[in-house]
Design a protein around this ligand. Structure first.
Ligand code: AMP
Length: 288
């Protein structure tokens, strides 16, 4: 059965009303330009919930650069066709006017967790993310919502939003899907030229260099960062925005590794900004 595509809040609620008694509802929030990373969230939802809803909305509130918003890909027909193939029940694809009939006066303010990493470089980004996700959760009222570990800071902030504001939904994380050379799948990868695409795995390689050092017992974050950033080729098209080790719960930067730590980075490849992260667990040697 093809997915039921709806645009308005009223229509998505009407489509879901008769389905609520049939089992759990799973929501996969996306900005579209769907790729196998999104598909793994949808497939997970398909196996765990009776009704799967995919939202497709390029949320202007979370973009800090107008050019990024303007060139964000919006292949809605291909996205709906993929949702059909994956057995999605409802695609909620609202316009900006549906989501923001007027500029919102009330938004979700994110504090400490948005101070570092992407939050430090993208002013207002996580406020926009938390606000749109809370709106989508209120509109769809799912039992479970699925988010990728690829956007680890976003995932942690959403977990915290749901906990702090008592939203009755369970949040399920899904591992990052990568290309064979390690590059994390992203809707923005399609902006890369072939030469840029060849350079792009440098971010993952640097993160792996962090993980290897942590596993080998290194604890001094400044030294770990120096070794890891040296992995990134000195190419004028590459600019490292940040490479940090943070505590995986609060997203505060670490100076010393004393337990599981998240290595996260943002790398500009030409005019495209890529992010990625890997969890680093100190090996047994670290505690001898
Ligand atoms: P986006 O459309 O980029 O907002 O992403 C929608 C959801 O898909 C978010 O929860 C992302 O973390 C997740 N996602 C994006 N890329 C990947 C990936 N490569 N692997 C797993 N999840 C992903």
């Amino acid at each position: 059965m093809p997915a039921h595509v709806v645009e308005s809040v009223q229509d998505v609620r009407a489509a879901l009303a008769p389905l609520r008694s049939q089992g759990r509802i799973g929501l996969v929030p996306t900005m579209g330009a769907l790729h196998p990373g999104h598909a793994s969230l949808i497939e997970r939802a398909r196996t765990e919930t009776a009704t799967v809803v995919v939202s497709i909305f390029v949320n202007p509130l979370q973009f800090d650069r107008a050019d990024d918003l303007a060139r964000y890909p919006r292949p809605i027909e291909a996205d709906v066709a993929l949702c059909d193939r994956l057995g999605v029940d409802v695609v909620f694809a609202p316009t900006a006017a549906v989501m923001y009939p007027e500029p919102p006066d009330c938004t979700v303010r994110v504090q400490r967790m948005a101070d570092y990493l992407c939050g430090a470089f993208r002013p207002g980004h996580f406020e926009g993310v938390a606000t749109v996700v809370l709106k989508l959760l209120n509109i769809v009222q799912p039992d479970v919502a699925y988010f990728g570990e690829k956007d680890a800071q976003q995932l942690a902030i959403i977990r915290r939003t749901v906990a702090d504001l008592n939203v009755p939904v369970s949040i399920t994380p899904v591992p990052t899907v990568r290309e064979a050379d390690g590059l994390a799948l992203s809707s923005r990868n399609q902006h890369l030229s072939p030469e840029e695409r060849a350079l792009a795995p440098a971010l993952f390689k640097a993160l792996i260099a962090v993980r290897e050092q942590v596993e080998a017992g290194a604890t001094d974050v400044a030294a770990i960062r120096r070794t890891a950033t040296a992995v990134i080729p000195g190419d004028p098209r590459l600019r490292l925005e940040y490479l940090e080790l943070v505590d995986p719960a609060g997203f505060q930067p670490l100076q010393e590794v004393g337990g599981p730590a998240l290595a996260a980075g943002a790398l500009w490849v030409g005019t495209t900004r890529l992010i990625d992260n890997v969890l680093c667990t100190p090996g047994p040697l670290a505690f001898v």
